[in-house]
Design a protein around this ligand. Sequence first.
Ligand SMILES: Cc1cc2nc3c(=O)[nH]c(=O)nc-3n(C[C@H](O)[C@H](O)[C@H](O)COP(=O)(O)OP(=O)(O)OC[C@H]3O[C@@H](n4cnc5c(N)ncnc54)[C@H](O)[C@@H]3O)c2cc1C
Length: 429
Amino acid sequence: MATIAVLGAGLGGTIMAYELRDQASKDDRIILINKGSRFSFVPSNPWVAVGWRQRETIEVDLEPACTRRNITLMPQGAERLVPEENRIELLDGTSVSYDYLVIATGPELAFDEIEGFGPGNHTHSICHIDHALAAKQAFDRLVAEPGPVVIGAAQGASCFGPAYEFAFILDKALRDAKVRDRVPMTFITSEPYIGHLGLDGVGDTKGLLESELRNHHIKWITNAKVQRFEIDKVVAEELNEDGSVKTVHEVPSAFTMMLPAFRGVSAVRDIEGLTNPRGFIMVDRHQQNAKYQNVFSVGVCVAIPPMGKTPVPVGVPKTGFMIESMVTATAHNIARLLDGERPNAQGTWNAVCLADFGDGGIAFVAQPQIPPRNVNWSSSGKWVHAAKIGFEKYFLYKIKLGKSEPFYERLALQALGIDKLKSIELEDA
Ligand SMILES: Cc1cc2nc3c(=O)[nH]c(=O)nc-3n(C[C@H](O)[C@H](O)[C@H](O)COP(=O)(O)OP(=O)(O)OC[C@H]3O[C@@H](n4cnc5c(N)ncnc54)[C@H](O)[C@@H]3O)c2cc1C
């Protein structure tokens, strides 16, 4: 009988626990450790921030599904991982031992790296449901008293899709409120060009997104490194190719939302051989850490090197399908270890993204992530908005059900050819 702990019950960790339950034997114990007992669907946060979703509609109580699936949910949260002792110290002073561990703790938001950044300072956030709910109050104030808006992604960010999404969703919400004509909007991004997305573009994301920004009267600044956020403006340097400063912009803003850089959470940071300097978990192609071979990792907390050099640092995004492929590979590999075999599954790590614009959107598929690619496709249209709602409903349904991939979802994915995007590759023996 083995104890397998999953640390973090977000998008990656929850389905990780469900897939492990499917793969492990009945006698193996699966423990899911989280801060709190509720699952929150992060991709819906941009909708929360303009009032299109409430907390209750995008959160799920994990207790019933975990009880049904014989998964022990521990909502105390982790204080510190002690991998030499195969042990996690919890925030309530107790501790949990494991035979295998999957770290799925997502990102810590590095707002402190720029002056005036983050909720409680001069900007709003959509990275967490609590932030998105606070941003909704600021949105209401903006509608009552219209003023300029800045949306974007700061230096070191690795999550660009949601920044574009939120710019267009906000544009739509302001049009619906009939105040858009009094809200000048600017998109400020660390990307070297619009549509780079941390992936050096996918298909024609450059053309598609520039055209959408123009059509929605949103100005932009690329290669931007924010110096500081003030109560009524954003001060950002625009850099040249060689890294020298081209211009310093002072952009007035009554409402600012920029995605921050991410780093690993404190419970797992600064562990020699486990984490890189930013606290991301180092794993090999099997999602396994080289030093602590009973430790695996999935999701945003995994270390992935940047795509290439850019004047302002940008990271590679980790999107839902990519995370699901990491999860499936990890469940398979841990099952192999339990059977006394070597891990042999690799996630395909394809980047698939649906970016909703409120009444349309863009979708892209990059396979593999690094160009040249076998699949390098992007498209736009109203169908993306519908598909994003479908993705939300499916995901919340499977979290409630306690199954990583219900049978009918598998059928639908196969019919659309998407199953291959979250598939894993098995190496020869
Ligand atoms: C605003 C936004 C929108 C996004 N939209 C999309 C999208 O539309 N499509 C897409 O494919 N991707 C999207 N992403 C990217 C990605 O899919 C999400 O960030 C996703 O939530 C990442 O999953 P995760 O499991 O790695 O982390 P998370 O979902 O953030 O989960 C991490 C979990 O770990 C827990 N945790 C952290 N520290 C501890 C601790 N010390 N002890 C115990 N538990 C802990 C947290 O409470 C949380 O439950 C979006 C990202 C953001 C920020």
